[in-house]
Design a protein around this ligand. Structure first.
Ligand SMILES: Cc1cc2nc3c(=O)[nH]c(=O)nc-3n(C[C@H](O)[C@H](O)[C@H](O)COP(=O)(O)O)c2cc1C
Length: 211
């Protein structure tokens, strides 16, 4: 059975444009894979990930014997986030751009899933990601137009971070120009929706059960 992990990172919950595009793709995926298990993790609105501080990071690097109760809870929370990723074959990320970067709660999520010896390890040849064999789709929503320009440091950051953890098969879909004008918004969303249809067509065809 295929497992899909949908990560929403909009402060506007499922109403965010990035969440809506992620949801549309997951719906198309479900249509073609009715038995797929879908897990939704909302990192910014419904269940915001706390920011990493010295105490939380200290819990990660302490040994199991050294951890106090609070630290054990921090590690258990991080382990839950990581286990969701490990179980997922397909990861669908709704990615808003806020002030040129990723939502701070998504950064906090990244800080909770990057654990040495758990999701990556250091070797003589450099770091090696341990979350391999996954397909990642990123649905990026932006008020302006940045894709393919030097100002789009968000895409390279997200791609580099995922690669660091071993996720190298990553596709980006952009809905851009959402704040420029109503026409630009419509064009940006339509382009992303068309891209979702193209990606969905590449998936296995709808099964009889889904028809
Ligand atoms: C706090 C905030 C900061 C934003 N910063 C940017 C930005 O730097 N560049 C940009 O193109 N759009 C920016 N936008 C517009 C968002 O990218 C756009 O509204 C997008 O739809 C957000 O995704 P969401 O709807 O899934 O939350 C910003 C929006 C907010 C609320």
């Amino acid at each position: 059975m295929t497992t899909v992990l949908q990560i929403n990172a909009s402060i506007n919950n499922s109403k965010g444009q990035s969440s809506q595009l992620a949801e549309q793709f997951v719906s198309a995926f479900r249509e073609r894979n009715p038995l797929a298990k879908i897990v939704v993790r909302d990192v910014a609105a419904a269940d915001p990930v706390p920011h990493l501080d010295a105490e939380r990071f200290g819990a990660f690097i302490a040994t199991a014997e050294e951890r106090n109760g609070a630290q054990r809870a921090v590690v258990a929370y991080s382990d839950t986030l990581i286990e969701e990723l490990k179980q997922a074959d397909v990861i669908v990320l709704g990615l808003p751009m806020y002030n040129f970067g990723v939502p701070s709660q998504l950064k906090a999520y990244f800080d909770h899933i990057a654990r040495a010896g758990v999701t990556f390890k250091y070797t003589d040849k450099g770091p090696v990601g341990l979350l391999t064999g996954k397909k990642v789709y990123v649905f990026a929503a932006r008020g302006g137009l940045y894709a393919g320009t030097p100002l789009d440091t968000q895409s390279s950051y997200v791609r580099d971070f995922l690669r660091f953890l071993g996720m190298t098969d990553v596709e980006f879909v952009y809905a851009e120009g959402l704040a420029i004008s109503p026409q630009s918004r419509q064009a940006g969303v339509s382009k992303a929706v068309a891209e979702i249809a193209r990606l969905a067509a590449r998936l296995s065809p709808p099964t009889r059960a889904a028809a």
